[in-house]
Ligand binder design. Sequence first.
Ligand code: GLU
Ligand code: MG
Length: 437
Amino acid sequence: VSDTDLVALVCCDLGAIVRGRSLPASRLEEAIRSGVGWVPANHALTPLGPVAEPNPFGPTGDLRLLPDPATRVRVPARGETPVLDFVLCDIVETDGSPWECCPRRFLRDTLHELEAALDVHVRASFEHEFQLPLDSSPALPFSLEAQRRAEPFATEAMAALAQAGLAPERIFPEYAAHQFEIPLQPTEGLASADRAVAFREVVREIARRDGIRASFTPLRDATEAGNGVHIHLNLLDGAGRTMLYDAARPASLSEFGGQFAAGVLLHARALSALSAPSPVSAARLAPHRWSAGSVCLAQRNREALLRIPPLVSVGGEDPALQLHLEYRGADASANPHLALGAVIRAGLDGVRARLSAPPILDGDPSKLEGIEAERFGVGALPDSLEEAMQALAEDHVARSWLGPLLYDAYVSVKRAEIAATADLDAGELSRLYADVY
Ligand code: GLU
Ligand code: MG
């Protein structure tokens, strides 16, 4: 550590913007004990810049950003660019007690509740897509040519992610222009969301060093595929055994897994307000974009909100260890801790209510009508952020997960965003959000 190196103490806010304060890295030890100052109204800042008005905080109050040393991420200096060094923080009161609007706390409490009530433990991973705004004409989707044209970015990004401890699995060109996907390895619940926050910043840093801005915007251009965030979820018992696998049941999804999935589908529309919460998010989730066109459970089907990815037996892999649920309805405008926490809360609600397992759909959900659509529980996701916020307002169970102050703060940010973008046409909206995420 050189005398001039900085370390940033940061949190990911309600609009999924990483904000914080930097200090000389030599002073980190001190800050780990007592944190640095923070302001409640920072949680009312919109991703478009201005603070949301009205908001429940106003000018009063003081908090601390308390770093969690386990989350520290470093991307070494290169040339003129100094090290990127940051640590994710909990937002706490000045006496160190948790602040009720801290998103990390929301996820941690959710995981504790699942463990305390059912001795169930979450392993999760986030799979991100993003685009590089290159001027060159894009190479063909998934082609090696596209991969090579993105060098040295691709190799540098993978190396930086691995070095930062974020465990990237692979990188590949996706369907849209200059679009890439990098899935991360699964890990324990809180760490998986921490990694999602850090992942975006490391990818942006590497692109920035190449003079470009990586964009995770949900939909850059309505004529092309969107940038999704898919959350992969596994549930284990106290001994580390799968709670989701049962070879005797449809798609090998256990009764417990079916109840959990049913809870996610039941609250799907409200969940959208937390997992796909930008004014450009709903357009990505329209049918036939291979994102999540319908609220249903499916196997090997990219039109469903919840998918059971294939079980691979080639090479002697154990299917029981692989079976998990993939929630396809998230994007990078969502705070990962809120999104994952809310999906788990929804699943837990399904388990508590012993909902019956949703049938597993094989075909295109948009082709089903009437009774058939009803049987599969096929329904539409909200058409707009406004509709999603309305669904959250009407779903009293989902609202209660957040608690009154966090709910009010969240609503104020999203209302302000809706108001600020009301007069923009689709093109203007996409361009605006391409620069935000
Ligand atoms: N781009 C799709 C989305 O918006 C996902 C494609 C895929 O990886 O299955 O979610
Ligand atoms: Mg993909």
